[in-house]
Write a protein that binds this ligand. Sequence first.
Ligand SMILES: [Zn+2]
Ligand SMILES: [Zn+2]
Length: 139
Amino acid sequence: MPESEQWLELLEEKGCRITEPRRTIVDLMVHSDNALSPIDLFDKARASFPKMGLVTVYRTLEILNQLGLVERVHQKGGCHMYLRAANGHEHIMLCTRCGQAAYFHGDDLGALIHKINSESGFLIQEHWLQLHGLCKNCQ
Ligand SMILES: [Zn+2]
Ligand SMILES: [Zn+2]
């Protein structure tokens, strides 16, 4: 089954009605290597559905995020973009100029987290790491 069909099935199980605009949003997210803001997605989807509502975009992204299918990418200034979720424990690198995003794994924060645990008395249970910079094309 194509990945977008799997996503649509999961959406349906969440009680989401599968409409053509929704199908388009899912298709765009599944096939995008770049992180997309809701407005980016809205503009792209409106090419096929001029009557698409921005609320549909936000609502669909919210549910995809709850399902763990897309991940929020944080930007300076507090806006969010969205990217297909990683496989397993990976972190996002984001190009601050063009929005290209990629996952990497292999962070070794174990020793640092252990040190912080014992110094602060906090019990650290998870971490979130995102790198910002310029992709090859934008340097
Ligand atoms: Zn770039
Ligand atoms: Zn990590």
